[in-house]
Each structure stands twice: as C-alpha cells, then as structure tokens.
Design a protein around this ligand. Sequence first.
Ligand SMILES: Nc1ncnc2c1ncn2[C@@H]1O[C@H](COP(=O)(O)OP(=O)(O)OP(=O)(O)O)[C@@H](O)[C@H]1O
Ligand SMILES: [Mg+2]
Ligand SMILES: [Mg+2]
Length: 671
Amino acid sequence: MAEEEELDEDDDDAATQNAEAALSRQSEIDVKGGWKIGDPVPYAVLTKTFSLIEATTKRIEKTSLLTTFFLLVIQRSAKGDTKSLLQSVYLCINRLSPDYVGVELGIGESLLIKAISESTGRSLATVKAELKKEGDLGLVAMNSKNSQKTLFKPKALTVPFVFSNLREIALSTGHSSQAKKVSIITKLLAACQDFEAKYIVRSLEGKLRIGNAERTVLVALAHAAALAEKEAAGKRWSKEKLTSRLEEAANTMKAVYSELPTYDLVIPALLEDGVNGLRERCRLTPGVPLKPMLAKPTKAIGEVLDRFENKRFTCEYKYDGERAQVHKLEDGTVGVFSRNSEDMSKKYPDLVEQLPHCIKASTKSFVLDAEAVAIDKTTGKLMPFQELSKRKRKDVKVEDIQVRVCLFAFDLLYLNGEPLLQKPLSERRELLREHFQIVTGEFDFAKSSDSETTEEIQTFLEESVKDGCEGLMVKMLDSDASYYEPSRRSVNWLKLKKDYLAGVGDSLDLVVVGGYYGKGKRTNVYGAFLLACFDAESEEYQTICKIGTGFSEEMLQTHWDTLRPLEISKARGDVKVGGAKPDIWFEPKIVWEVLTADLSLSPIYTAAQGLVEERGISLRFPRFIRVRDDKSADDATGPEQIAEMYERQALAQSSKGGKKGKGGDNNDEFW
Ligand SMILES: Nc1ncnc2c1ncn2[C@@H]1O[C@H](COP(=O)(O)OP(=O)(O)OP(=O)(O)O)[C@@H](O)[C@H]1O
Ligand SMILES: [Mg+2]
Ligand SMILES: [Mg+2]
C-alpha cells in the first residue's frame, strides 16, 4: 500500500496510450457480445488470440497479445476464481499440469486422423491425402470442419471444458483407452468453430506451434497482473512509472518461477497477493523441482584460468551419470527428479531406500543437487552412464537391481526450511558437508580440489578421467557470482571434458527427424538419419546434418525398432526442413548425443540460420555416441549454442599460430 503516485501531467497522454496498447486489442479477441464476469472463458477467445500470435513473428506483439488475453481473463473472473487464469495459462503453453506431475499429451497421428474422419464424415483416405498436402493436421481438421455443412450451431466450447477433456484424454490408459480417446476427441471436434479445431488438434499432438515460448507467457502474465491491479485501483501512472512497473513485474515473475516452477502455486499467489507479494509467498519449496543450473563448455584449462582470473574457484569431478535433484520434505516424503523435473522415484527405488543413511539427525528438509552414477556392486568402481540407462524408467524392483547407484552430491539448495540459492557456493558446500554423511557405495560428496595452477588442474583432470569421470566442472566459489542460478547455462560453471582435449568440442544432443533407407546389407533398417536442433524461441526443429556413421548392425536394428512406430508421411509443420530430403520422416521425439569434428556453414540445413549468417550451420563428420533418454526433444541443443560453437571454432582457427588459448565470448579484441 501507500504507493506514491508520481503522475507527471505532461506525460499523461503517453502513459494512457501505453496502458491502452495492451487494452486496445481486447475487442479484437473478445467474442461477439463479450463474455460476462464470472462466465467461463470462451475457448474461441483463446484460439482467436492464438491465431493472431501465430500470424506475427514479432516477439513484442506476441507478448502484448497474450497480455491482452490474460488481462481479459483476470478482469472477467469472479472474485476468488484463480482457476480460469490457471487453465488459460496451461492451454497457452500446452500443458495440463506442472512438469513434475507429468500429465502429457502427444496423441499419435493415426488416432487423430481417425477422430477427424469420424467427426467430419470425411474418409480416412481423404484426410490422409490432405495431410500429405498441408503437413499440418490442425489445419486439415479446421478445413474439414469448415467445409462441413452443419444444421445448427453447436454449444460454444469453454476453456474449462476443453481443459478437463484434454486431461481426461491424457490420463486414460489401459485396454479400452484408444476407443475412449477417439470418442472424446470426436466429441470435442464436433463442437469446434472457426480456429478451434486447428488448435485442439495441435494441442493433442503436443505442440501448439505458435511460437509461445515460456518466457513470453511469464512476461505477459506479469504485465497483465500489474495492469489489472492498476486498472482496479483506478491509478494513473506516468509513462516512466508504467514502464518500470511492468519491467519490475516481469523480473519478479521470472525470478519467482525459476525458484518455484509451478503455476498451480504461482497463479493463485499472483491473484491473491499481487505481483508485490509474489517473492514473499513463492519460494523454493521441497517437493517442487526447480530447473537445474547448467554449465558452459570450455576448450582448455587456459580458458578456465582466463575466466576465473583472481577469483576463487573449485574443480569438481564431472561424474558421468544422470542428474538427480533429491528433495526431502518436513513430513519425511522423498522425491528424486531428473533434469527435466520428471519424477524418478520409480526408476531409483534403491536410491530412495538408501537415502535415510546419509542424512544426519539435524537435517529435516532439504533439496540436494547431485549426480546418480552406476557403480559396480562388488568393486565399487564407477561405471558409464549406459549402465544406468539400461534401467526401465518405471516399476523397478529393488531385488532385480544389478547395478548399484551411488549419489554424488555437489550442491545444497535448501536446508531445514531455508532456501540457499542466494548464498555463495563455499557456504552451500560447507552446509552440505555438515548435514550429510558419506556412506560407502551409496552416498558421497563430489570429489573436489580448490587448486589454482594449470599443472594442478591438469593433474586433477587426468585423475578424474582415470576414475571413470568425464572431466571436471569448474565453479566460482565466492560472491554473488557463485549463487545458484536455476535453469541458467551459466559462465560461473564451466565444464572441462576429456573430449575437448582432443580438440573436438562439446557434444550436441539432437533430435532424429528423418530416416534414409539402408543399402546393401542394411536394406531392412534405416542406414542414415536426419538430425535437428530445437529452437525453444520459435518452437521449431532446425535440420543440422545427416548421420550414417558410428552405428553397429545391432544398433541400427534397435534404432529401427524405436523409430519405426514414429514414422510419419510428411515432415511435421514445426520442422524447418531446408534442402534435406530423407526417405521418411519421424515424429520428433528421440534424442541422440552426437560428436562432430567440425561445424560449417551450409546451404542445405537450417540450424541457427540468421544467427551467424543467412546460411545455416551443419555438422561435418558427425558421430553417434548414445541415446539420451533423459532428454526430451525440447531439451535438445539450441541454435544459440550451435552458433556459439561455430564462432568459437572460427575464433580458434583464426588465432592459430597467433595468441593461443583465447576463446569464449570475449572476442571483441579480435575485430
Ligand atoms: N560436479 C558436478 N557438478 C555439476 N554437474 C555435474 C557434476 N558432475 C556431473 N555433473 C553432470 O554434468 C552435467 C552437465 O554437463 P553435460 O555436458 O553432461 O551436460 P548434458 O547433460 O549433456 O547437458 P548439456 O549438454 O545440455 O549441458 C550436469 O547436468 C550433471 O548431470
Ligand atoms: Mg552427463
Ligand atoms: Mg552435453
């Protein structure tokens, strides 16, 4: 309360105009006659917003359209109703629950074709033929609906109705689930008007393809809430004040969401306590996994020293296992989450069972950041990642387990009721060591060395590799530069892998989007594959290379078995194909880790187009390393990372023979 009103009369006009910008398009997306306060949100308003967002490539316009929509929802919700906004937000990001609850859509093409055919009376063949022409099942559904003559207007769809039906589809499993899904989809499609069929089908497929990155949604949500508060209070703000309020709101929202990534809690807090109350109410909470902090690759020890010059840093073993965020709640509940916030308790029942052994009595609740690593049951030696990924992801029984899993903890993010994110790593590490204890073969602290010279680091690196690790993680120890940065790929964490020493560079995680039939001995399998990176900003897959080496006969058979069910007749609309011509396309789903000798500009592939040059970037001599089943297609390497790798490589080449060891982002001095 008691906010100062800094109203500058001269700017009055501009201020009103600015606020009006978000309000001015309300009538454009509203339904005829509007919707009354307390009515359910009409699905037509949401899909009209989607269609306008899809029609523009400008990020600012996308954000402002979404702001307009959220503002309408807030203003027309009955007092105390937080569900309308919550469900609207979920539909905007095409999710039905927080990530860690894992209610997901991703209905296969054939099922959708069946439902479209049933609800529009067109034959399967017609629908398939049209899909081949359009490449977008959503569009096909919409066209099919619009060409259909209807005798009476169906009852208008609402957001809560669509949301609950999508949830029912996502949650139905078992024998008769296929028939049930088709029947719900058919019913939904029958009620669709205008754009609705297009977006319902895309939602069902699992991708909206309107370029609504999560960041856009967060900013729009913050802006809408701030504007709603201002409107409700009848305040008039100067342009400066409005701008700074909106910026502040967006920053708060982003910070809060990275600590507590669940709209289920953030949205009610936002509506009840307002933007200003968010930080207080929404803090890191055991049970809600946060997106892990990520590291930047480096090519040489020299680069590490350049970056951390005169700063205190630590080197830790980089274990080759799977990221595990371990939570313990005050009530004793334990949760293990993957880097994608998937609940891994089912995959690691042994970890859950072992956990109590390493917790000291003084430790009541916590969030640990750690790596789960496979170890040999008898020798206690570290084993490679593959040993762990052989495990089923669900229903693993403790008595069936062959490979043991040992947890190597490297960070403590929460302890006994207190978030620690904004404490220096040195302090977090101290607390970690104080509140947990080593249990041989079950729990240990990541091995570390705070050494500073090239020689010491080199020795530690070699030691780590000898002990079965991938290399080192080098981390800032003190000051705010060492705070934990959720979801950020930070320069305060550097990875130094043994691969880099051979000059190869970091590996990439790429999505398999196409296949080429084999020749000769390989005629019964795919002989080569088309790979793509994923641009989270535009939500599209960008092709990057064809890969055909590094596969054994046995592997090709396995790939055939996993990819065959994902075959589709045409590239999906969200695959930016360029000049690639595979024999067959796949649903983008499977992620492979790939090494490359070199990156080059390419007239054929579309990866990172426009970032370095008009042309895209492709991989030369790519080599398959392993399947990354801990990553989903959305977690594949992004175009910015690829552009960065390309630029670092160019830099390294141009400095050959000249000053050596310089690299990284600080390349200004070269030009
Ligand atoms: N001491 C450690 N500190 C932090 N991370 C560690 C440590 N030891 C092992 N790791 C693992 O290393 C990962 C980061 O490097 P890696 O190259 O393996 O990333 P990735 O899983 O391929 O993802 P990306 O390439 O997107 O960063 C972390 O996510 C974590 O799983
Ligand atoms: Mg790893
Ligand atoms: Mg990697």
